[in-house]
Design a protein around this ligand. Structure first.
Ligand SMILES: [Zn+2]
Ligand SMILES: [Zn+2]
Ligand SMILES: [Zn+2]
Length: 160
């Protein structure tokens, strides 16, 4: 879906941004946190905690709570998002630059695109205000087929 040219650049960017954010906030970007973020960023899809645990197993004798704590840390600092419908994590490409975001999840290539728009945020604000409801978190996850996968589909139909 994202079809980035050089995914190593995405990973490098994400790690650098994370390093900067931790420094600014006076937090420690430990080896484990760095490694977990790197693994989450392995592609533009999502990663489940137990897969991360398995991948870490070789280098670190990581136990589940350690990985969950690292993920929690990354989530708290806007570096990863949790995709609730998949119970998995995805790296944030522009940490701390937005309040609300929504996710387009391709069920064919499994890639996740993060979108943010104040329009959605405004609608949610109005809706919740009408009910005198104070929202703490808004989650919007949209499943479907991305443009790339759709054009591949068309191509395959034309071929046969
Ligand atoms: Zn990429
Ligand atoms: Zn984000
Ligand atoms: Zn796709």
């Amino acid at each position: 879906m994202h079809s980035c040219h050089e995914h190593t650049v995405c990973i490098e960017d994400a790690l650098q941004t994370a390093h900067r954010i931790c420094e600014e906030r006076g937090l420690r970007f430990t080896d484990l946190r760095r490694r977990v973020l790197e693994l989450v960023w392995e592609n533009h899809g999502s990663a489940k905690a137990y897969d991360l645990l398995e991948r870490l197993g070789e280098d670190y004798s990581a136990k589940p709570p350690t990985v969950y704590r690292a993920l929690e840390f990354l989530q708290e600092n806007g570096l990863v998002h949790k995709i609730n419908s998949l119970n998995a994590y995805v790296g944030c490409s522009h940490p701390l630059q937005h309040q609300d975001c929504y996710f387009l999840i391709c069920s064919k290539c499994q890639e996740i695109k993060e979108c943010c728009t104040s329009q959605v945020a405004n609608v949610v604000k109005n809706l919740t205000e009408e009910s005198s409801f104070v929202p703490s978190r808004t989650t919007l996850e949209i499943e479907g087929i991305c443009q790339d996968c759709r054009s591949n589909q068309k191509y395959n139909i034309n071929k046969s």
